[in-house]
Write a protein that binds this ligand. Sequence first.
Ligand code: CMC
Length: 436
Amino acid sequence: MKLADNKATLSFSNGSPNIEFPVYTGTIGPDVVDIRKLYAQTGMFTYDPGFMSTAACESGITYIDGDKGELLYRGYPIEQLATNCDFMETCYLLLYGSLPNQQEKTTFSDLVTNHTMVHDQMHNFVRGFRRDAHPMAILTGLVGAMSAFYHDSTDIHNAEHRKISAIRLIAKMPTLVAMAYKYNVGQPYMYPRNKLSYAGNLLHMMFANPCEDYVVNPVIEKALDRIFILHADHEQNASTSTVRLCGSSGTNPFAAIAAGVACLWGPAHGGANEAALKMLEEIQVMGGVDKIGEFINQVKDKNSGIKLMGFGHRVYKNYDPRAKLMQESCKEVLSALGLENDPLFKLAMALEKIALEDDYFVQRKLYPNVDFYSGIVQRAIGIPTSMFTAIFALARTVGWIAQLDEMIGDPDYKIGRPRQLFTGSSQRDVVAIAKR
Ligand code: CMC
């Protein structure tokens, strides 16, 4: 970051002297006012719940222009990555900053492939969960438990440990996700097949069984790979910020990523694809396309507490570019599976059209986000709704790791410690229990 030509001046109406703050400029995007010395100079904090105006770090990984609807990984538009590259290349790009050549890609993919198996005792660990546990509950536990299995890669300040833990996490996430699924449905775990692609391997581990051969459908494999690319990173979102904050204490990388998995679970974040599909199913039960108007009215009624899931975004105030790519994959998958007339897809398209023309959504700049269509694709593939967020977590793991690595390498990095505006009781004395 470099100093901008201008400075910011803070003035007070009570006659306190003005204070000047440096302004820094990045390569693209808004400048930032450096308020690090504010407390030392004034005894005051800034107040910004939800980080509406706060840049919590400097980063060179992912850039979003929410007004334009633009998403860049290391400078490359998501549309170009989704159409010209696969997930392994995307992982390499996010981790190391540049796209791999063929030899680098092969070496990287081989490295990941060689780590796909998990410690066999992990199977016993999974057995401790109830069969009907939510896959995200199981995944949070499994990822956290990795720190108990891989002791040689738990020092976050050791670059070699971080490198090994990164490969292990990327390689083993599909295996863990598939284990959570197989445990839920009561089928035996399938070991990874290293001759398959990253996405093909997940399909194999989820849908193969020991009794029959399983052939990966290339259209489904490509769509799943695209889901991974589109979800791989998204700048300083809630789960990524959680990973950074958790990692800032010096905890091990597996624990920090487990914190990210836990945060992602929420319906305002990664859980939205599950919630979006449930919403579509509910409208379908209500009567389908004919009931869209009634549903939209409920959404607009603030007292209903109902949101149009898969719509709206903190940063995008335009169409989420990932939603367009997901809609494209959705059409491809449905057509390859002979499901062109899928009622939920038709319902989603009709709902999107009506919402985009409605004043409520237009005024608030609410557009479809990636989750609006990803649920329909996953459902068509045969992935149960409860697994959607686990698939998202698998894909986002590389982004979390890249961001964690960047943070540790940042000379300005400190343990994250927000402050507060205290509005509770000032000091008071304890009264004996008999007199309270
Ligand atoms: N349906 C109806 N109204 C909405 C919606 C929605 N989906 N999203 C925002 N609004 C309204 C909100 O009520 C508010 O209205 P008003 O100004 O009258 O009070 C206005 O739009 C601004 O919303 P906000 O809640 O201040 O916006 P935010 O930036 O805090 O929230 C969000 C962003 C994603 C949490 C929210 O849009 C939302 O809950 N969307 C549905 C859940 C969803 O699809 N999440 C996935 C996000 S993309 C995947 C990911 O990154 O994890």
